[in-house]
Design a binder for this molecule. Structure first.
Ligand SMILES: Nc1ncnc2c1ncn2[C@@H]1O[C@H](COP(=O)(O)OP(=O)(O)O)[C@@H](O)[C@H]1O
Ligand SMILES: [Mg+2]
Length: 167
């Protein structure tokens, strides 16, 4: 396990930029797991990541669809998964995702992806100001209405895929 990045992200815009920075190293077969409370910025990061990949369609919270596949102009599909309602890792396997041909980003994925692949990029987002999940923004809230607030982001790489990779 290697910590690739441990940083403060000051704003919504910066979180999108961090997503783009991650996108620059991603390729088909990669798995990114996003961890953090509701309103942390997981979808915001994925949106920036998707924009950088040239993802078609709106990257939004996939809560009610579990997984959404976005073709991209840069190559592999972006598959955006929300594991929030999954109760068992087997269910993630049951989605029959084309892991090898896609870049897979899983919100709430920790504990679900272990065993599916040996290489994972784990992104943990925590609110830096001590606010808890109870005042978090609902996923459908207009982002413009949520004031910027710093987040701490720690990116940890596990497995052979990430040996020698820097962000
Ligand atoms: N530093 C920041 N990073 C990311 N999002 C932020 C930040 N400051 C404020 N926000 C706001 O917090 C909300 C995060 O929502 P979202 O990305 O849907 O979270 P999650 O997917 O983790 O539940 C957005 O409304 C975003 O504008
Ligand atoms: Mg989300």
């Amino acid at each position: 396990m290697t910590v690739l990045l441990d940083t403060t992200v000051a704003s919504t815009e910066e979180m999108g930029a961090l997503g783009a920075r991650l996108a620059a190293v991603l390729r088909a077969g990669d798995l990114v797991v996003l961890t953090g409370p509701l309103g942390a910025g997981k979808t915001t990061l994925t949106r920036g990541l998707g924009a950088a990949l040239g993802a078609r369609g709106q990257v939004s919270s996939p809560t009610f669809v579990l997984a959404r596949t976005h073709p991209t102009t840069s190559g592999p599909d972006l598959v955006h998964v929300d594991a929030y309602r999954l109760s068992d890792p087997v269910e993630l396997d049951d989605l029959d995702l084309d892991w090898d041909a896609s870049i897979v980003v899983v919100e709430w994925g920790r504990g679900f992806v272990e065993g599916i692949t040996d290489s994972v990029l784990d992104v943990e987002i925590v609110r830096a100001t001590g606010a808890d999940a109870t005042d978090a923004a609902p996923d459908d809230l207009d982002p413009d209405d949520v004031p910027d607030e710093p987040r701490r982001v720690v990116v940890t790489a596990t497995g052979p895929r990430w040996v020698g990779v820097t962000l």
